[in-house]
Design a protein around this ligand. Structure first.
Ligand code: AMP
Length: 291
């Protein structure tokens, strides 16, 4: 595996392989098995695998954890190499943003709900950095986790609206043994919070059970999920939402593909999780758009 820190070198490498399928897994590092499941799938479906690690300042708001976001280059590069990454693109902030940016990208839909509602500007930062990364790497397929389902919906519109010739692949959420969705931010949890954190997934399972029992009204499902979270965690609920997916509109009942998403604030970490359910009430484990 080669580690590449310069945009121009990365572009030169990409030009060496005009006829090969390039799989791309963008991350912010501090890799865990969730990231590596994206790598595993990308490895199967492409000739060359490029991962990027870049903690993108544009997507962190004031007071968020940009400075303290966990970073460990040595560990990450050996995990990436073991997983079969061919090129690890590892630019620093000056390389990606050498000057003040002149063009501002702004999402106007799919961001007034879920994490977008409490993180203004976050997804504008995400689409800006991904536009740069997509131009630099020009992948055939790009892989993202369904865990960050709003991000996937936002990237779905980025790729469609701006005609990126990229197939977007959503990969199912990798979980700890007790169901907690893996996340680089789980290291912020205290022991007690770590115990409680599994209740996000349990609350979503409760929603699945309700749906399987034929309960399809959003209001009822949301109320039961909230009640479960309130009685099983000391965290503060940020949201429990049921929306159409991927266009993220409020729906009264499950009569189309929907997402049921939860976010809970613990002392130092805000955890998110979700399930996506189709109109027949079946859980969706993958997503694909384009290509
Ligand atoms: P991050 O480094 O947190 O920006 O995540 C990089 C990519 O890994 C994103 O596409 C995430 O959605 C994905 N990812 C993060 N956690 C998981 C997980 N537990 N399972 C699957 N994919 C994940």
């Amino acid at each position: 595996m080669e580690i590449i820190r310069s945009i121009s070198v990365m572009q030169k490498i990409k030009r060496k392989y005009p006829h090969l399928n390039i799989g791309f897994v963008p991350t912010m590092g501090y890799l865990h098995a969730g990231h590596l499941s994206l790598v595993k799938q990308a490895k199967k479906e492409n000739d060359i695998l490029i991962m990027s690690i870049f903690v993108n300042p544009l997507q962190f708001g004031p007071g968020e954890d940009f400075d303290t976001y966990p970073r460990d280059e040595k560990r990450d590069s050996s995990l990436a190499e073991e997983a079969g990454v061919d090129y690890l693109f590892y630019p620093d902030v000056n390389e990606m943003y050498p000057n003040d940016i002149v063009i501002e990208m702004k999402m106007k839909d799919r961001i007034d709900v879920l994490c977008g509602a409490s993180r203004p500007g976050h997804f504008d930062g995400v689409i800006t950095v991904l536009t740069k990364l997509f131009h630099i790497i020009q992948p055939t397929k790009a892989y993202f986790g369904l865990k960050d389902a709003q991000q996937l919906a936002v990237i779905d519109s980025l790729i469609t609206d701006l005609n990126f010739p990229i197939t977007l692949i959503g990969v199912s959420t990798k979980r700890e043994a007790d169901g907690l969705a893996m996340s680089s931010r789980n290291v912020y949890l205290s022991d007690q919070e770590r115990q409680e954190a599994k209740s996000l997934y349990e609350a979503l399972n409760l929603a699945t059970e309700l749906i399987n029992d034929g309960i399809l009204e959003s209001r009822t499902i949301i109320a039961k999920v909230k009640e479960y979270l309130m009685t099983h965690t000391t965290g503060k609920i940020d949201y429990v939402s049921l929306l159409s997916y991927p266009n993220l509109k409020h729906v009264e009942k499950i009569d189309q593909q929907v997402i049921i998403a939860v976010a809970v604030y613990f002392k130092r970490a805000r955890l998110i999780d979700n399930i996506i359910v189709n109109e027949q009430g079946k859980i969706i484990e993958s997503f694909r758009q384009g290509g």
